[in-house]
Design a binder for this molecule. Structure first.
Ligand SMILES: [Zn+2]
Length: 428
């Protein structure tokens, strides 16, 4: 490949990615706006017009922000690469730190710092203006600042050794370095998964054992009915930051924990919480998490192999606005991670589709082990309380959504429930 051709290919993919995103976002905002004045008939009984309109306005406000963010990200990437900013930074750092590992670390630090500064206004606007306007933000400036400092400290503490290790392997292991880096990367991710619930999550939130005896009894019964063992039921103080509610599983093997956001427990009744948990158990039953880890492991192996090839090609650097040798090995890794999303954007819908398939499976599992009516009621409440739109643009949803649209999902739950005998313990 020639330098010019690669540069043009990059530009083409970047323009395609930005214009597709913008087009879908505008479609979505229009679609939601066009359906603002009427609650879809299937939901009319449970969702008021006021709530429906709030969801529409919230969705459209998020779309406006996403448009600006997409544009800013595109310009930022162009400036870094073809605009020569990254090249200038690399040359300056090399003149200060030489060409060793210190220069590599400084290069990643500088790039991280610039991208943090770029995304800062959006993150501030999202939390303190957008989320606040719709009554979701519970975050104080103090908490926001503390989160930032902790996040940065964590990134430095975990990222520095990982990066140094990767750079050393890339230099020292010959042409098969990518196999070594992949092994380290995989181990690192598994380690993170193992230590996240006990060591990292508690840095940001408080976890207290679930105390509600009746609910505990209900959940324990559900767990034994589904054949699950868990090392604990916890409540997380999600309300410190946001009014959005959720529940999730975390940890691996015997260290599995079930975590409920306090906001979820506040808004749902016992049977509804049971149904939501049954859905989460469905994800576990079908090993969705494990499958995702396997897919990611395979994808990262392929990507590292591609990087091993790319970093030996001059056009990879020259075509993206770099001088040969600027930033050394670290530049190859950094450049790859910066431009990769641009080339991968056409496969994003594939991953969204896989995720939606998992959601359907988990719902089907939930319906056989808990009540379909309760699951539906819980979902409708969650849509309402999170101001999630019931009328997404179909194409936008197909491209971006990890969860099926509300009407499709609830329709499928009803279908599954009708085709199956009533769960044990329930009378008709
Ligand atoms: Zn799910």
């Amino acid at each position: 490949m020639t330098t010019t051709l690669f540069g043009q290919l990059f530009l083409l993919f970047l323009l395609l990615s930005i214009s597709t995103r913008l087009w879908l976002t505008v479609r979505h905002a229009r679609h939601v706006g066009a359906h603002r004045d009427q609650v879809p008939p299937a939901f009319a009984e449970h969702i008021s017009l006021t709530d429906h309109q709030k969801a529409a306005d919230y969705t459209r406000a998020k779309c406006s922000l996403a448009i600006w963010e997409t544009l800013a990200d595109g310009i930022f990437l162009l400036a870094l690469t073809l605009g020569g900013v990254l090249n200038a930074i690399a040359i300056t750092l090399q003149s200060v730190f030489g060409t060793g590992y210190l220069c590599g670390l400084a290069l990643f630090a500088a790039s991280g710092l610039i991208s943090a500064i770029m995304s800062l206004p959006f993150s501030l606007y999202r939390t303190f203006v957008l989320e606040a306007r719709f009554g979701f933000n519970q975050m104080t400036w103090r908490l926001w600042f503390a989160d930032g400092v902790k996040g940065l400290a964590l990134a430095i503490a975990l990222g520095t050794p990982l990066l140094l290790c990767a750079l050393w392997l890339m230099d020292a292991m010959g042409e098969h370095w990518w196999l070594y880096v992949w092994t380290v990367w995989l181990c690192f991710n598994l380690l993170m998964l193992a230590i996240y619930p006990s060591f990292i999550a508690p840095l940001f939130n408080k976890f207290t054992p679930l105390e509600d005896a009746a609910l505990k009894e209900r959940i324990t019964t559900l767990l034994s009915r589904c054949g699950f063992a868990s090392s604990g039921l916890f409540v997380m103080d999600g309300s410190r930051r946001s009014a959005h509610g959720n529940a999730y599983f975390t940890g691996m093997g015997k260290a599995k924990r079930i975590v409920f956001f306090d906001t979820l427990l506040k808004h749902l009744q016992g049977p509804e919480i049971e149904a939501v948990l049954a859905h989460e158990l469905g994800h576990f039953h079908f090993r969705h998490v494990t499958k995702r880890i396997v897919v990611m492991a395979f994808v990262s192996l392929v990507l590292l192999r591609v990087l091993a090839w790319l970093m030996t090609q001059d056009w990879f650097y020259l075509g993206l606005g770099l001088q040969l040798g600027a930033g050394g090995t670290a530049m190859a890794l950094l450049l790859f991670s910066l431009v990769l999303p641009v080339f991968l954007f056409p496969v994003a819908p594939l991953f969204a589709a896989l995720s939606r398939r998992d959601e359907f499976q988990a719902d089907a599992f939930a319906v056989t082990h808990a009540s379909a009516a309760d699951l539906t009621r819980a979902l409708v409440k969650l849509y309402r309380d999170n101001a999630a739109t019931l009328t997404p643009d179909p194409l936008y949803s197909l491209f971006h959504d990890s969860h099926p649209p509300a009407s499709v999902r609830i329709g499928r739950i009803a279908q599954t429930a009708n085709g199956q005998p009533l769960p044990a313990g329930q009378s008709a």
